[in-house]
Ligand binder design. Sequence first.
Ligand code: NAD
Length: 307
Amino acid sequence: MSHLVYIPQDIEKVGKRFLVEKGYKIKVGSDLSQKILMEEIKGCDAVLTRSTAVINREVITAAENLKVIAKYGVGLDNIDIEAATERGIYVTNTPEANANSVAEHVMALILSLSKNLSLADKELRSGNFAIRNQLFGMDLEGKTLGIIGLGRIGRILAKKASKGFDMKVIGYDPYVTASTNSELEIATDLEWVFRNSDVISLHLPLTKTTKGIIGCREFSWMKPSAYFVNASRGGVVKEADLVNALQAGEIAGAGIDVFEVEPPEKWNPLFKLDNVIVSPHNAALTKEGSIRMAVHAAMQVEQVLSG
Ligand code: NAD
């Protein structure tokens, strides 16, 4: 009997085609509520999940045949790894598939912020051409980018910012002590990085130890002219502290792709601030990145199911 792969949230055709050609049956989900996930996952051998479906202990328990949870993407924070491990279920992700897409998106956020593009666009559309004399952007050349988390995305970003935009790049990561990139200076003191950067960008995972680690203390270290960018996970930052720092002028602006609660509420205070640019957690979702994530995740399902 052929194995059944459950895909709670649809993915690119090419990933599904790969599985069908290998002889697997696929079931695309209808809703991401826990109740439906628990019903639909029953009898499935694999689940190929994006970040919105929460594959928690209850969902895993309902899946009596489950052998692999393949994440389309990097962050595993929507999967109860402990519950999966107890049952001997493999958990995989697609770390190489979207790192460049995220790093490019972060450069777009940094460029938008430093050139006030979001506000300029809004004002011009409402007839305010004179805004050109009030919105003085910031050159990136010679400025310092502080990268928190020097994994795949952080390191690609370091290269783009230094080689492409002549920025000085400093980075902090408790697990990285020596730089393999000549363009990247490693710092051992988080405060020093926050104090000396013109742009701070977060690239660390959301775990029990990183939850809420960036808050009012860290924002108070930043220069009032500095920008803050987060395309890692919303839960790493205390969002209310970020809003306070922006409102108080403690920092110049923020580029935010990820939120403490997703989807964010319509009345999220960040949406009211002109010095904030937001995107709907789509940093990884370029056409190329999405195809790579779908294919890599499908290949990992096949690797496990084919033994
Ligand atoms: P990675 O695992 O390659 O790198 C993460 C780095 O963070 C590691 O080097 C680790 O040592 C470091 N780190 C851990 N704790 C830290 C701390 N307290 N301070 C500083 N550094 C710390 O992961 P990656 O592929 O570079 O991705 C980073 C994160 O970006 C992922 O965990 C994921 O949550 C997020 N992400 C977001 C999107 C998006 O669409 N916005 C897409 C992909 C990944």
